[in-house]
Design a protein around this ligand. Structure first.
Ligand SMILES: NC(=O)c1ccc[n+]([C@@H]2O[C@H](COP(=O)([O-])OP(=O)(O)OC[C@H]3O[C@@H](n4cnc5c(N)ncnc54)[C@H](OP(=O)(O)O)[C@@H]3O)[C@@H](O)[C@H]2O)c1
Length: 265
C-alpha cells in the first residue's frame, strides 16, 4: 500500500519548506528574475541575488527583503557574464554565494539576453554575447555549483524559452542558445542524478521584451490560446514547483508556461 504523503513531500503551500536553504538566482534585480527570487524568499530560502548592470536595484531589493521580511536573508553579488572570462566569473560567483551561508541548495539560471540577429548582419560579437550569457554561463555555473548541490541533494532550474524548440527568425542565435540550454538541462540531469535534479522552464511572453511594439504584441496574443500575456509570477510559480519537494521525481524535464502560444508557433 502506498504511504501517505508527508508534509515535506507535499506541494508548497503555507509550510516554509525552503527554510534554511540557499538559492542563487542570476539576473534577479529586476523583471522575471526578481519575481522568482521574491517567490523563493517567501518559501523560506535565503537569497543570493546576482546582478550585472542593475546593482542599485539589486541592493534596494535585498535591503527591502532584509528589513521588512527577514533579517540577513538576501545578499547581492554582481558579475558580468558576457565576457571571455565567463568560466572564472561563474566559479567566483558560486564561491562567493556559498561563502555567505555555507551552502547552496538551488541554482536558478535566469539571466539572459534577447537579440535579433539576421544572418547577414550577425557578428562574432553577437554570437559570443548571446552564447556566453544564455548558455556558457549557466553551464559553468552548474559545474561550479554541482559539488555544493550534491551535498544537499539540491537542484537547478534553467530559464529556456518556447523559442528554444521552434525557430523564430531573425532570432537564430537566441533560439540556438535556448535550444542548447534545454539540451544542457537534459544532459546534466543525466550526469548529476540521482543527487541533483536539473530542469527547465519554457516561458512564452511572461513579460514583454522591453523593445516589443504594439503590432508584435497584438500578433503574439492572437496566436496565444489563452488570449493574454503571462506574468512573472506564473513563471516563478513553475520555478517554485520544480525546486520544491513536490517535484522530487522530476529531472531532465521542462514546464512550458506560455498560455498555449507554442501550440501554434
Ligand atoms: N520575459 C519573457 O517573457 C521571457 C520569455 C521567454 C524566456 N524568457 C527567459 O527568462 C529569463 C528572464 O527573462 P527577462 O525577460 O526577465 O530577462 P531580461 O530582463 O532580458 O534579463 C534578465 C537579466 O539578465 C541579466 N543580464 C543581462 N546581461 C547580463 C550580463 N552581461 N551579465 C550578467 N547578467 C546579465 C540582467 O541583469 P542586470 O539587469 O543586472 O544587468 C537582467 O536583469 C531570461 O533567461 C529569458 O530569456 C523570458
Amino acid at each position: 500500500m502506498e504511504a501517505e504523503p508527508t508534509q515535506s513531500n507535499s506541494m508548497p503551500g503555507t509550510c516554509v519548506w525552503g527554510k534554511g536553504k540557499v538559492a542563487l538566482v542570476t539576473g534577479a534585480a529586476r523583471r522575471v528574475g526578481r519575481v522568482i527570487a521574491a517567490a523563493l524568499h517567501k518559501h523560506g530560502y535565503n537569497l543570493v541575488i546576482h546582478c550585472s548592470a542593475s546593482k542599485d536595484e539589486a541592493l534596494a531589493f535585498a535591503a527591502q527583503l532584509n528589513s521588512s521580511v527577514r533579517g540577513d536573508s538576501a545578499h547581492v553579488i554582481s558579475a558580468d557574464l558576457s565576457t571571455t572570462s565567463v568560466v572564472e566569473t561563474s566559479e567566483r560567483l558560486v564561491r562567493e554565494a556559498v561563502a555567505k551561508w555555507g551552502r547552496l541548495d538551488l541554482l536558478v539560471n535566469n539571466a539572459g539576453v534577447y537579440l535579433a540577429t539576421p544572418l547577414d548582419q550577425a557578428t562574432d560579437h553577437h554570437w559570443n554575447y548571446l552564447m556566453n550569457i544564455n548558455l556558457k554561463a549557466p553551464y559553468f555555473l552548474i559545474q561550479a555549483a554541482a559539488p555544493h548541490l550534491r551535498k544537499v541533494e539540491g537542484n537547478v532550474v534553467n530559464l529556456a524559452d518556447i523559442l528554444g524548440e521552434r525557430p523564430s527568425p531573425p532570432l537564430s542565435i537566441y533560439c540556438t542558445s535556448k535550444a542548447a540550454i534545454i539540451m544542457v538541462t537534459k544532459s546534466l540531469a543525466a550526469e548529476l542524478g540521482p543527487q541533483i535534479r536539473v530542469n527547465y522552464i519554457n516561458p512564452g511572453a511572461a513579460m514583454w521584451p522591453e523593445k516589443a511594439d504594439d503590432a508584435f504584441k497584438k500578433d503574439w496574443l492572437s496566436k496565444t490560446l489563452l488570449g493574454r500575456p503571462g506574468t512573472g509570477q506564473e513563471v516563478a510559480d513553475a520555478v517554485v514547483f520544480l525546486a520544491s519537494p513536490a517535484a522530487n521525481y522530476i529531472t531532465g524535464s521542462g514546464i512550458t508556461t506560455c498560455g498555449g502560444r507554442s501550440v501554434t508557433l
